[in-house]
Ligand binder design. Sequence first.
Ligand SMILES: Nc1ncnc2c1ncn2[C@@H]1O[C@H](COP(=O)(O)OP(=O)(O)O)[C@@H](O)[C@H]1O
Ligand SMILES: [Mg+2]
Length: 371
Amino acid sequence: MSGTSMDGIDASLVDFSAKKPNVVASLYAPFSKTIVTKIRRLSNPSNLISLEQLGQLDNQLGHLYAQTISNLLKSTPYSSQDIIAIGCHGQTMHHAPTINHPFSLQIGNPNIIAEETGITTITDFRRRDIAAGGQGAPLVPAFHKEFFSAPGENRVILNIGGIANITLLPKESRKKVSGFDTGPGNTLMDYWVQTHLHNPYDKNGNWADTGICQKELLEEMLNDPYFFIEPPKSTGKEYFSPGWLANLIAKKKYLPEDIQATLCHLTTQSITKAIIKTDITPDRLLVCGGGIHNHLLMKLLRKEFSCPVNSTQEFGLHPDQVEAVAFAWLARQTFNGLPGNMTDVTGACRSVILGGIYPGEKSSFPNKLKN
Ligand SMILES: Nc1ncnc2c1ncn2[C@@H]1O[C@H](COP(=O)(O)OP(=O)(O)O)[C@@H](O)[C@H]1O
Ligand SMILES: [Mg+2]
């Protein structure tokens, strides 16, 4: 998994033979500055991009994913023959689910991953859902339902990556599971601290903590039409972009740390309002994604809810590994000929088997696939 934060690759080796998935080993491989610069340049909607550069980055990421998987396996007693499949989300270059000819583009050449690791590789999860009329996102709710549902407890699973998304798991199993992107997670905070302090992110929210939230600015931010759209909905850093922020702060004088504080409040407020608007009163919030390490963000979030706000760690999965495990599970669904999308979440007209399968040299290939 590598998400919109462009921080690096999260790889997990998961054993699905028991009822609950068992994470055998995990590895985080941060992206080099050179790679981050390339991804940023090529995924910036206001840049003209060269196809040659895009093709090269597609391959470069394929090599990096393959290398990360090989390194992960080296830390275990397993070899490529033991692995049934790789689920690779790829790097999102553009997510535009509502334009004319909607699309979501993830890159990281799966042919290279399958060739270099010898393992059957499943990628390109989002485009089949879009072909079926969905948003292609979020895709993690089906996994959240499988892993985190608890009878008798209304749960909200909150993933704070570059973008934040929620899954609502009602205590009555007959009720619908829903989920959507709530808006910015870390993306705007990352951009702001990168611009002003040249740090990749605001460690623990320490810088934001020195600032004061600007109430009027926050109100203006929260008036963005995205927050009022009814789900199904999904968004990306091409919407909550540096330009989005620049428009809101143009011609006004704010201290940079006050903007950082306001952005932190924006993340927690947009999440809170989104949850309150649903017909579920949460008995518990389970949080995952890198945002959980931002102490200020978590403190602000906890202030908004009277119910417990826990890390997914307390319920069996490390918060930094949830998405990687989810894409391993989605790959398993595909491999077994089972759907991975939830129509109530993405808005697709039907449940579909997601992704493309690139057979590995040494490992298995599903021989029965029906869609
Ligand atoms: N110690 C920390 N303090 C504050 N923020 C953190 C910390 N560690 C990680 N993060 C945030 O988490 C982000 C990465 O989260 P991640 O779940 O990998 O997102 P994505 O899925 O978009 O890649 C970083 O860009 C950063 O904003
Ligand atoms: Mg990440």
